[in-house]
Structures are given as C-alpha cells and as structure tokens.
Design a protein around this ligand. Structure first.
Ligand SMILES: NC(=O)C1=CN([C@@H]2O[C@H](COP(=O)(O)OP(=O)(O)OC[C@H]3O[C@@H](n4cnc5c(N)ncnc54)[C@H](O)[C@@H]3O)[C@@H](O)[C@H]2O)C=CC1
Ligand SMILES: O=C(CO)COP(=O)(O)O
Length: 341
C-alpha cells in the first residue's frame, strides 16, 4: 500500500466502463493517484463525488479517485496510461489523445480483442496510434472478471512487457492485498490468450444455451486451449503462457462464469436469439462477437486451423445452427490428440 515517503504513482485510466473503473480501483487501493477518463460527464462526477459507478459496478463503493471527461487533465504527468475502451475503438480513441501522453509514460492495455480490418493485437495498435516503442507497452490479462474484483475478491494476473523494468513498474503499481500481478515478457502470447478465450467462451455459452452439459463444456474448453496454443505458437508466443494465468486461468474463468459477457452472449445465441438481440440483451462489451472474425482471419493468413473459432463465426454471421456447428466439429477427420490439428 502507500509508502508515505515516496510520491504516489500517477495513473490515467482511459475508459470508465466495468474493467476501466475496476482497474482504477485496484490501482487506487494499491496507493496510486488515479484519474479515470470517460465520455460521460455524469459518470465522471459520480466517480469523484459519490465514489460509485452505479451503471457498471452496482453496489460498489470506490476508493478516492478523480473522474474526468477532460483528457488533458487525466493524462497530465501520468506515468502510467491504462487503456480500457473496447478494442475496436482503441485506435481512434488513442490517435485523438496522442499529443497529450507524457513522452516516457508506460501504456497499459487491458483490452482483449483483435482489430477488425488489420488483424492487429492491441499492443500493435497502441504502438501505431501513439507512436511509442513496444518496450513502453504492457498488457495486463488474467482471470479478471471485473465484478468479482470490484468486490475485492482475491485474484492474480499477468503483466506482460518486452521490457522487464516496465513490467515490474506496472506490477508494483497495481499490486494490492486482493490483486497479485506476475510479470512475463510474452506480449504476443498473453494478448492472444485474452482475445481468443473470448471466442471460446462464446462457443461454450452456445453449447450451454443449446442445453449441452459438462462433457461438452469441458471438451470445448480443452480443445479451445489447443486452438489458442496452436495459433500462439505459430505467431511466436511462449508455450508456458498457455498454461498460465492469462491462458488456462482466464479461459476457465471466462468460459465457466455467468458474469462473463462473452459466455452470456453465447448462451443467448444458443437459446435462439439473433446476434443483434443477443448483443442488446448482453448490454456491455463482449469482444469475442467482433474479434472472432479477426482471429479467424489472422489464423487463415498464417495457415493455422481454428475450427472452434470458425464455427463461432459461422453461427454468428452465416446463420449456422449451433447443433450443426457441433456436428461439424465432431465429424472432422480422426487424428491424434495434441496441438497438431
Ligand atoms: N469487464 C471485465 O471483466 C473485463 C474486461 N476486459 C476487457 O476490457 C476492455 C474494456 O471492457 P469493459 O470495461 O468491460 O467494457 P464496458 O462495456 O464495461 O465499458 C466500455 C467503456 O468504453 C467506453 N467507450 C466505448 N466507446 C468509446 C469511445 N469511442 N471512446 C471512449 N470511450 C468509449 C464506454 O462508454 C464504456 O465506458 C475490453 O477489451 C474487455 O475485453 C478485460 C478483463 C476483464
Ligand atoms: O476477460 C474477462 C475475465 O478475465 C471478462 O470476460 P468477459 O469480457 O467475457 O466478461
């Protein structure tokens, strides 16, 4: 917690939705001086004066922090800039703020998506949009369902950065009695795990919505991890990442929790809703609904077979019934178990 002899690390969090607000809370509880930037003046005022963000975190009392809609105010002197907007708007959001970011700030991505059109991971988007070196970009990802963390339930996460000192700086800034960060240098692996597990969680939700039970769920999770691993290894990720917190840890949390928006959206689809109806019923950001297409595209470019992701895209965008997706996956050619195919 706060050391009275050293000044608090100053952090700007961009995005005042459920994870941005919760991570701002994690940082404030770790002793940081936090400014939370969002588009809504009402939310900013509520965060500052009432210490709540009732729309995204009902029933939660936040620690002291400043909410603002003024990006210049949020970013002035910020040593860490945390990005927590939906992946598909990251580039536009950051490009507009580029001149306000302090030259030596470490940029932290909380986002779990792949950009449509470019198939870029969020660290790549940040490097381009802010014109910063990758050594100043860190990724935080793990089994981190916002609503549980906002209740200060214990969990751990991974802070990935190619620069060890930057990873440690971010880990120290967010470490508190209920949030334990581990560092690693596998940015590619950690980001892919975060984005693709959302697609696998959609598939699990679809199976649940269709009425399939534990065997199906376990099969999709296990073969989903194979799919993530196969793609990640092809893109240069470290094999150890997939069995870690950002890999298996987050996959299990997201696929099995009713708090997951991706799992929820998948269940709505499995129960018969259209994509549009399911997005409306889910409410907040379910990244996998869009990223499934960029993940499939990325995998195709690299010649990697991702049958579950492909099935999810077909269900969401081509009207394939969920039971036909299941039949299609099970009727693929026989093979030995492993990441080979
Ligand atoms: N909620 C969770 O449990 C977790 C979410 N994440 C990731 O964090 C990222 C953010 O998700 P959430 O906070 O959960 O989403 P959310 O839907 O709760 O909030 C998104 C926020 O971004 C704002 N926003 C949307 N478009 C914007 C724009 N153009 N400019 C500025 N702000 C904009 C919205 O107004 C809202 O405040 C996603 O990539 C998600 O996958 C990662 C770990 C946990
Ligand atoms: O990433 C998450 C948990 O780690 C949150 O998952 P959802 O976006 O599906 O809610």
């Amino acid at each position: 917690m706060t050391n009275p002899t050293t000044p608090a690390t100053r952090v700007a969090v961009l995005g005042s939705g459920s994870w941005g607000t919760t991570f701002a809370m994690v940082l404030a509880d770790a002793g940081c001086d936090v400014r939370l930037w969002g588009r809504s003046a009402d939310v900013a005022e509520e965060v500052t004066t009432q210490h709540t963000n009732a729309r995204y975190l009902p029933g939660i009392t936040l620690p002291a922090m400043t909410g603002t809609t003024d990006a210049a105010e949020a970013l002035a002197d910020a040593q860490i800039v945390v990005v927590a907007v939906p992946s598909q708007v990251a580039r536009a959001t950051l490009t507009a703020l580029r001149d306000l970011v302090e030259p030596d700030a470490v940029i932290v991505s909380l986002m779990k998506g792949v950009e449509l059109g470019t198939d870029e991971r969020m660290s790549q988007v940040i490097v381009e949009a802010l014109d910063v070196p990758l050594s100043r970009v860190a990724v935080v990802s793990g089994p981190n369902l916002a609503l549980e963390i906002a209740e200060r339930q214990p969990t751990a996460t991974v802070v990935a950065c190619i620069d060890e000192d930057a990873a440690r700086f971010v880990a120290e800034a967010c470490s508190n009695p209920y949030f334990r960060p581990y560092t690693n240098d596998d940015v590619v692996g950690v980001e892919l795990c975060g984005a693709v597990k959302n697609v696998i969680a959609l598939a699990v939700g679809m199976a649940q919505g269709r009425g399939f039970g534990s065997n199906t769920i376990a099969t999709v999770i296990t073969r989903g991890l194979v799919e993530i691993t196969r793609l990640g290894l092809e893109l240069g990720a470290d094999a150890a990442t997939f069995s870690g917190l950002a890999g298996m840890g987050d996959l299990v949390a997201t696929c099995t929790s009713p708090l997951s928006r991706n799992n929820t959206l998948g269940r709505h689809i499995g129960e018969g809703m259209s994509l549009e109806e399911a997005v409306t019923a889910t409410g907040t950001t379910a990244e996998g609904a869009k990223s499934c297409r960029s993940v499939l595209d990325l995998a195709s470019k690299h010649g990697v077979d991702v049958p579950i992701t492909s099935g999810v895209v077909s269900v969401l965008y081509d009207g394939l019934p969920v039971e036909d997706m299941a039949r299609g996956l099970l009727s693929r050619p026989q093979k030995a178990e492993g990441i080979g195919g």
